[in-house]
Structures are given as structure tokens and as C-alpha cells.
Design a protein around this ligand. Structure first.
Ligand code: AMP
Length: 187
């Protein structure tokens, strides 16, 4: 199972990703997790990424493409993987296509968890109020993340649609319902 999971912030993508990797026993490649780890460890990558992350902006394509390429080349990704939070720009999607060609990775499925904007804003506000502990989770910054999503990441769906790879899933409903839709789409 080789999978790219797309979806706006607040769509429940992280939760779904965790369930999918457990179900299919594949590595979870989350660029957000990798970057947070780099920040926590104070690496050069982390130092470069932190400002962008704190503002809810995207880090540069160059920074993330490099780390994803490195991960995908590792042996544990041979049988499958789930890419979560990447690609976030059309540039990243194009670079990823080249990485797949170089590494001879085929049959990658792209699933998008789709949720309407007003629902997302509501969820983001709730998350902000309950304080999940993420430094980028204040409502203002979360709103910026949504804006960045529409400007830079939504076109990634169109890219995969044109490639004939996009599977769109309705992200409204319970976690279980959405999970079942994803599983049905993948089988
Ligand atoms: P996430 O946990 O996926 O929401 O990512 C948290 C933050 O990491 C994002 O708001 C971005 O600042 C940064 N980030 C994660 N993935 C990417 C990516 N593919 N491209 C650019 N920035 C990213």
C-alpha cells in the first residue's frame, strides 16, 4: 500500500493517517512530525523551519523535498508507505513524481479527505480553545494555515486529478465513518 493522504488542516487527516498505517502496517511519513522533531532536536533543518512553522506558513520546498526523498529511499518504504502532509505545493508534487521515477516506485494512490471551509474553521477554533499544545494552534495562526492551504496546497489536488490519480473522500462524519470510506476506496 503506497499512499499519499491529502486534506486541509482540521480535516482529521492525522487521525486517519494513524489508523491507516496501523491497518496496513506501513511507515508513516509525516513531514510535520519530521520537522517538529528537527525543531525539538535543534538541528540545522529545525532552525531553518521553526519560523515558518510558528507562523503557520510552509517551509521552503527545498527543505522538505530533501527529507522526503531520503526517507523514501530507505528499505522500510519498499513495501509501502503513507505520505502525510506532503506534497503541500505543486512544486513538491512534481519533485515527488521525479523521486518516484528515480526510485522506481509505482502504483501510488492519492486520497483526499475533503471538508468544507466553514466546518474546518469551526474545528480549528475548537482545537485552539482546548489547547492541544501545538505552538501553531492558536486560532489566528490556524486560519493562516487554512489560507496557505487554499493558495498553495489545494492546487495539488488538481495536479493529481489531472494525473488521473485522485480519490476524493467525504471527510464529514465520525472518525469511523471516514475511515471506512477510505478503506472502501483503497480496496
Ligand atoms: P503538519 O503537522 O503537517 O500540519 O505540519 C506542520 C507545519 O510544518 C506546517 O504548518 C508547515 O509549516 C510545515 N510543513 C509540514 N509539511 C510541509 C510541507 N510538505 N511543505 C512545507 N511545509 C510543511
Amino acid at each position: 500500500m503506497k499512499l499519499i493522504l491529502l486534506g486541509p488542516p482540521g480535516a482529521g487527516k492525522g487521525t486517519q493517517a494513524a489508523m491507516i498505517v496501523a491497518e496496513y502496517k506501513i511507515p508513516h511519513l509525516s513531514t510535520g512530525d519530521m520537522l517538529r522533531e528537527a525543531v525539538a532536536n535543534g538541528t540545522e533543518l529545525g532552525t531553518k523551519a521553526k519560523g515558518f512553522m510558528d507562523a503557520g506558513d510552509l517551509v521552503t520546498d527545498e527543505l522538505v523535498i530533501g527529507i522526503v526523498k531520503e526517507k523514501l529511499a530507505q528499505d522500510d518504504c519498499k513495501a509501502g508507505f503513507l505520505l502525510d502532509g506532503f506534497p503541500r505545493t505543486v512544486e513538491q508534487a512534481k519533485a515527488l513524481k521525479q523521486v518516484f521515477t528515480d526510485l522506481e516506485i509505482n502504483d501510488v494512490k492519492v486520497v483526499e479527505v475533503a471538508v468544507a471551509d466553514d466546518v474546518l474553521l469551526e474545528r480549528i477554533k475548537k482545537r485552539g480553545e482546548s489547547g492541544s499544545g501545538r505552538s501553531d494552534d492558536s486560532v489566528e495562526i490556524a486560519s493562516n494555515r487554512l489560507k496557505v492551504y487554499w493558495e498553495k496546497t489545494a492546487p495539488v489536488s488538481s495536479f493529481y486529478k489531472e494525473e488521473g490519480q485522485l480519490i476524493k473522500i467525504d471527510g464529514l462524519g465520525s472518525i469511523e465513518e471516514v475511515k471506512d470510506r477510505i478503506k472502501a476506496a483503497l480496496s
